[in-house]
Design a protein around this ligand. Structure first.
Ligand code: NDP
Ligand code: 8X3
Length: 251
C-alpha cells in the first residue's frame, strides 16, 4: 500500500485529493492549519481501510514542518507521494499599492513552505530510492495577469523549482510533476479577497469553472502511471477559459 502526504488537505483541491486517494487505497498524511477540519476529514475517511495521520502545522514555520515530519511514526516515513498543494493568493493590486503582509504570506507559504516540506520528504524518498513529488503550480506560473504580480511570481517560482527538483532528484528515481490549473472553484478566491464571499462567488459566475474533483482526478492519474513514465507538466483549464485572462463568460 502506498503512502501519500498531501499539504493543504483542509479544503479545495487538497481535500478532494485526500478523499479520492483514500478511495483508491493510499495511506494518507494530511496537513493544514485548521485542526478541526483535519479531524473531521480523518473521521470521514476512517471507514476506509487506510491509515490516516493528520499533521497540524503552518507550512510557513520551518521548525513546525521539520518537527512534524521527524515525528511521523516509522511505518509512515516511507512516503511514496508528496502533493505540494498548500498555497494561496492574497489580494489583487498594482505593485505600487501592494500589501506587504500579503506579499510575505504568499512568498512564505507558496515558495518557502513548499521548500521546507520538500527538503524533509525528499530526504526520506532518497533513502528508498523512489518517490513522486507533485507540485500544484498554476496558470499563474506560466502567465502573468494584471494585478497578479506577487502571486504570479510565487507560482513562477514553483514552476522553476519543479524543473530544478526534477534535475536534482533524477539519480534517486524520484519523479517530479507539475499540475497547473486555471480557475478552480474552491475557497481560493474567498481567501484572495480576505473572506469576501460575494466577491469570490462573482469570479466563477457566467461560466463553468473547474472543480476540485477535476484536479484530484488528474493528480490520481499522474501518480498511477507505470514506474518508467513521468508526466512532467500538465496545464488544465475550464473549457470556457483560454488563458489566464480570457474567459468566455455569459451574463
Ligand atoms: P483552498 O483555499 O480551498 O485550499 C488551500 C489549502 O492550503 C487549504 O487546505 C489551506 O489549509 C492550505 N494552506 C494555506 N496556507 C497554509 C499554511 N500557511 N500552512 C498550511 N496550509 C496552508 O484553495 P485551492 O484548493 O484552490 O488551492 C490549492 C492549491 O491550488 C494552491 O497552491 C493554489 O495556489 C493552487 N491553485 C488554485 C487554483 C484555483 O483557481 N483555485 C488554480 C491554480 C492553482 P489551512 O487554511 O487549513 O491551513
Ligand atoms: C489560481 C488561478 O488565474 O486565479 O492560481 O491565478 S488564477
Amino acid at each position: 500500500m502506498k503512502t501519500a502526504l498531501i499539504t493543504g488537505a483542509t479544503s479545495g483541491i487538497g481535500y478532494a485529493t485526500a478523499k479520492l486517494f483514500a478511495e483508491n487505497n493510499f495511506n494518507l498524511i494530511l496537513t493544514g492549519r485548521r485542526k478541526d477540519r483535519l479531524i473531521e476529514l480523518k473521521n470521514n475517511l476512517t471507514q476506509k481501510s487506510v491509515k490516516i495521520e493528520i499533521l497540524n502545522f503552518d507550512i510557513q514555520n520551518k521548525t513546525e514542518v521539520y518537527n512534524a515530519i521527524d515525528g511521523l511514526p516509522d511505518d509512515l516515513k516511507k512516503i511514496d507521494i508528496l502533493v505540494n498543494n498548500a498555497g494561496l493568493a492574497l489580494g489583487l493590486s498594482k505593485i505600487q499599492d501592494g500589501d506587504e503582509a500579503d506579499w510575505e504570506q504568499m512568498i512564505n507559504t507558496n515558495v518557502k513552505g513548499l521548500l521546507y516540506i520538500t527538503k524533509k520528504v525528499s530526504q526520506l524518498m532518497i533513502k528508498n530510492n523512489s518517490g513522486h513529488i507533485v507540485n500544484i503550480g498554476s496558470i499563474a506560473g506560466k502567465e502573468v495577469y494584471p494585478f497578479g504580480n506577487v502571486y504570479c511570481a510565487t507560482k513562477h517560482a514553483v514552476d522553476a523549482l519543479t524543473k530544478g527538483m526534477r534535475i536534482d532528484l533524477l539519480e534517486n528515481n524520484i519523479k517530479v510533476t507539475s499540475i497547473d490549473p486555471g480557475m478552480v472553484n474552491t475557497e481560493f478566491s474567498t481567501v484572495r479577497f480576505h473572506g469576501d464571499k460575494q466577491k469570490a462567488d462573482n469570479v466563477y459566475k457566467g461560466f463553468t469553472p473547474l472543480y476540485a474533483d477535476d484536479i484530484a482526478e488528474t493528480i490520481l492519474f499522474v501518480v498511477t502511471r507505470p514506474k518508467h513514465v513521468n508526466i512532467n507538466d500538465l496545464i488544465i483549464m475550464p473549457t470556457a477559459q483560454a488563458n489566464a485572462t480570457t474567459v468566455n463568460k455569459k451574463n
